[in-house]
Design a protein around this ligand. Structure first.
Ligand SMILES: Cc1cc2nc3c(=O)[nH]c(=O)nc-3n(C[C@H](O)[C@H](O)[C@H](O)COP(=O)(O)O)c2cc1C
Length: 378
């Protein structure tokens, strides 16, 4: 049996295979509410055979949205809009997960196709979208041309930590069974972790332990509002790829500290702390972030998820079977082919008769395959 298609259990939750749908923001929510768009976007991945379907970065407070189109979980009505989506994913045999985050200094940004620059008068005129002031550990702008965020006060920090817990409670009520805290790609939790964005001199900045404090407190707050039986994951940027930023050794220490407060898996991404240009050290090739998942898994003794520019089933099989990661996450490959897990299962001879497919499709495809082979087409 292919390792990629072996079940994996964290706490009381079992994923039927090792394939996760990486969180993918749709920028399509209205006041943080999900709609039929999100249901179809996520539902097709459940039908496509992924073991874990993560809903996109979901803001824990309104000011923590990256764009006006981000999902949110700061209100009960947002929970109610997500409930049928989580229910459908569960019903189809996948585990519904959700990524909880706060954009920090990257808040009030325009959608990718509107330029990924700060929200401005054009957005107000065209879509009635109002800019707002972002908050961050230090008043350092995200990139050139961005306004400086407001430095977070102690009450701000406390409020956001509590908001993570409240959102976790709503995620549970909505039917999700794994939470991933977004501590990567230059968003708020990552901003606290990285010395590039965090230049505080109080207990929230300076030493590694101080910079990790916010992530640890967020983890505690989520854990206190999330069932013991359900796993909690963090997505880290394992390196900033920049001089003076986070290196993988820091990520290992962060993983250890998170594990100590009840975090079960680290999803190992990288980069995004600031600036628009890709750091020189960041060379993208298939599986370029896998070494981070391997290192964190080994050195911190925690389950890990590999992500980033993965598409080849045999590469994914190899990295799971050789213990480099416990799970893999795919984003763009799944946009291209939402049935990737089912096709990978066929390629790896884990599913020869479309038995893994929903029967409503599998029954017909199995018959078609027989006909095609009779005709000598395949
Ligand atoms: C449309 C889209 C939206 C994304 N939104 C998020 C997000 O909400 N949270 C996140 O952690 N990463 C997000 N990402 C990054 C992906 O989760 C993933 O880490 C990245 O695309 C690399 O994986 P890939 O090469 O398989 O696409 C997004 C990527 C895409 C393509």
């Amino acid at each position: 049996m292919a390792a990629l298609f072996s079940p994996f259990t964290l706490r009381d939750v079992t994923f039927k295979n090792r394939i996760a749908v990486s969180p993918m923001s749709q920028y399509r929510a209205k006041d943080g509410h999900a709609s039929s768009w999100h249901a179809v976007h996520l539902g097709r991945f459940a039908l496509g055979g992924a073991g874990l379907v993560y809903a996109e970065a979901t803001a824990v407070e309104a000011e923590g949205r990256r764009t006006h189109g981000d999902l949110g979980l700061w209100q009960d009505t947002q929970r109610d809009a997500l409930r049928p989506i989580a229910e459908f994913i569960s019903q189809e045999g996948s585990v519904p997960g959700i990524q909880l985050g706060h954009a920090g200094r990257k808040a009030s940004e325009r959608r990718p196709w509107h330029g990924e620059t700060p929200v401005d008068g054009e957005d107000l005129a065209e879509r009635n979208e109002v800019p707002w002031t972002a908050i961050a550990p230090s008043p350092i702008p995200y990139a050139e041309g961005w306004p400086a965020p407001a430095e977070m006060s102690e009450p701000d920090i406390e409020r956001v930590i509590v908001a993570f817990g409240a959102a976790a409670r709503r995620a549970h009520e909505a039917g999700f069974r794994i939470i991933e805290v977004y501590a990567a790609h230059g968003f708020l939790v990552h901003q606290f972790l990285s010395p590039i964005a965090n230049q505080r001199r109080d207990r929230w900045g300076g030493s590694g332990e101080n910079r990790r404090r916010f992530a640890v407190e967020v983890a505690r707050s989520v854990r206190a509002n999330w069932p013991e039986a359900y796993p909690l994951a963090f997505r880290l940027s394992a390196t900033d790829w920049l001089e003076g930023g986070i290196e993988v050794e820091d990520a290992v220490e962060t993983a250890k500290a998170l594990k100590a407060v009840g975090v079960d898996m680290i999803d190992c991404s990288s980069g995004g702390i600031g600036g628009k240009d890709r750091p020189r050290r960041m060379v993208i090739e298939q599986g370029f972030q896998v070494p981070f998942a391997e290192r964190v898994r080994e050195d911190a003794g925690i389950a890990s998820m590999a992500v980033g520019f993965l598409w080849d089933a045999t590469v994914c099989e190899d990295l799971v079977s050789t213990g480099k990661a416990d799970m893999i996450a795919l984003a763009r490959e799944l946009l291209d082919d939402p049935n990737w897990p089912l096709h990978a299962a066929k390629d790896l001879e884990a599913d020869e008769n479309h038995g893994m497919w929903p029967i409503e499709s599998g029954w017909w495809l199995m018959k078609r395959d027989r006909l095609l082979s009779k005709l000598g087409v395949r």
